[in-house]
Ligand binder design. Structure first.
Ligand code: ADP
Length: 240
């Protein structure tokens, strides 16, 4: 059987959130082609994590359609696997890194490759130490390795740059460049930094609305994206 291709993420008229009378995001339509990098940029509370929960199949859409390579998100996650780096990378207290990796690899199933995941995530430090002694940047890399244990075709990174210094941010972006040949990558950020500028598309979200911005000729610039953000005024109304 041939290996699955990078995922295609499609949403049509999607409404997401926790309450029907107060959707977090409304009328979202987008099509992310296999192997693309999509940055999702919006202020805190705009709905980035909620969108990811929906794509992981943990949250049912309030309306509209969402699919990953033609499957509903929960089926895609179960059948192909999705790598997810949560915004909060809390590690179990007192556990050594190698113990955490072994536990996660055991839970993930037979086709895991810990060494490959560590290399992809840039874990170049000793793992026979308690996770509690790691710096924030090292914890993020360990968490990224956990997301990459299985051969995945969709990687979701929720604010992966938070807490990283400029050198670590730069290395993270290089890692994303390397991984994109084998997977589609969705990455959230709360600013219009380098991560957004290196992406193929940027989904700007604020106050319930999302706008997909395609890369202009010559690439994204901060000015260009700032102008696009200004066009995102006021929430669309929930249909009666
Ligand atoms: P972001 O990731 O962009 O910071 P979130 O998706 O976390 O934003 O939050 C979007 C909105 O949904 C916020 O108003 C937040 O308070 C609300 N929210 C987040 N999680 C829940 C939940 N489990 N139940 C109800 N509301 C939630």
């Amino acid at each position: 059987m041939s290996a699955p291709k990078p995922a295609r993420v499609q949403c049509r008229d999607l409404y997401i959130g926790y309450r029907y009378d107060r959707p977090v995001l409304q009328k979202l339509t987008l099509d992310v082609e296999p192997g693309d990098v999509l940055a999702i940029v919006g202020p805190n509370g705009a709905g980035k994590t909620t969108f990811f929960r929906t794509l992981l199949g943990l949250l049912r859409p309030l309306g509209g359609e969402v699919s990953v390579s033609g499957l509903v998100p929960a089926d895609y996650r179960r059948q192909v696997g999705v790598g997810y780096l949560a915004e909060d990378t809390a590690m179990p207290d007192g556990w050594r890194c190698d113990g955490i990796l072994t536990l996660a690899a055991t839970a993930a199933g037979p086709d895991t490759d810990v060494g490959h995941a560590l290399r992809l995530a840039g874990v170049d430090f000793k793992t026979d130490v308690p996770a509690s002694v790691l710096s924030k940047g090292m914890k993020r890399r360990l968490a990224l390795a956990l997301a990459l244990l299985r051969p995945i075709r969709l990687l979701i990174l929720d604010e992966p740059e938070s807490g990283l210094d400029p050198g670590q941010r730069h290395r993270l972006r290089r890692r994303i460049e390397r991984m994109r040949s084998s997977m589609t990558i969705l990455v959230a950020s709360h600013d219009l930094g380098e991560l957004a500028l290196m992406s193929d598309h940027v989904l700007l979200i604020d106050q319930g609305r999302g706008r997909l911005v395609e890369q202009p000729e010559g690439g994204f610039t901060r000015d260009f994206l700032e102008q696009e953000f200004l066009g995102l005024e006021g929430a669309v109304q929930w249909p009666s």
